[in-house]
Write a protein that binds this ligand. Sequence first.
Ligand code: PAF
Length: 278
Amino acid sequence: MQVIDTIDAFRAARKGFPRLGLVPTMGFLHEGHLSLVRRAREECGAAAVSIFVNPTQFGANEDFSKYPRDMERDLALLREIKTDLVFTPTPAIVYPPGHSTGIEVGGVTTMLEGAVRPGHFRGVATVVCKLFNIVQPTKAYFGQKDAQQTVVLAKMVRDLDMPLEMIVCPTVREADGLAMSSRNVYLSPDERRAGTVLYRALNEADRRFKAGERSAEALRKAIRDVLATEPSGAIDYVSVADRNTLEELETVPADGALASLAVRFGKTRLLDNVVLGG
Ligand code: PAF
């Protein structure tokens, strides 16, 4: 496994791999990330992982400086699963003095996370575009857990004719259903227990959808009703939306919709989603 922190050295090492799968990460890796790396290796024959806590996707009052980091542990985990290349640039490498270009993806960035975190997706799209240019992956792998991020990045790839395939992989969950996330480490034991309500609420919507419910508002209400059983959670949003445009629906088509939510427990925001009927 080669660990590389400059763009020129990465480009030189990249030449050794005709096909390469990329898993972009912000580190503090968990099984969700590792499952993406395994799939990248299986499908492309070689896997690269970037570890970079991207400052431009954090708002002024968000957790950039506190975001969990453990490079030694991350590298040990990646070595164990035979990752080929790891790119670990500093912010000065990614954003040298004078850097002033950004990627604005239209339409699908204004709602949900985009409404709560203005500027977030500009930061995500810009850094992922740079990573794609540096790594030149055959395929890039992302988790369904950040559903809106996958929609935004797929649109960027399509709109800008980027020569790679984006692969979205299923959310990896703890045994009790909580979606794996690096930020779960912030939860107190009580918050950790309460956080399982997200998946229960989404499953209730899925159950009703499969039983024939097609009113999106009825499904949003079903989600809210289950969330209300854990009053320590403050709801940011509950959405039943078109899977591609992320517009809120009135009627859910037979082929499904994206049910997603964000709930705050103390200072920690938890996100989760399911594809209804998926
Ligand atoms: O999902 C993440 O960890 C980040 O948003 C990403 C895609 C690595 C960009 O910084």
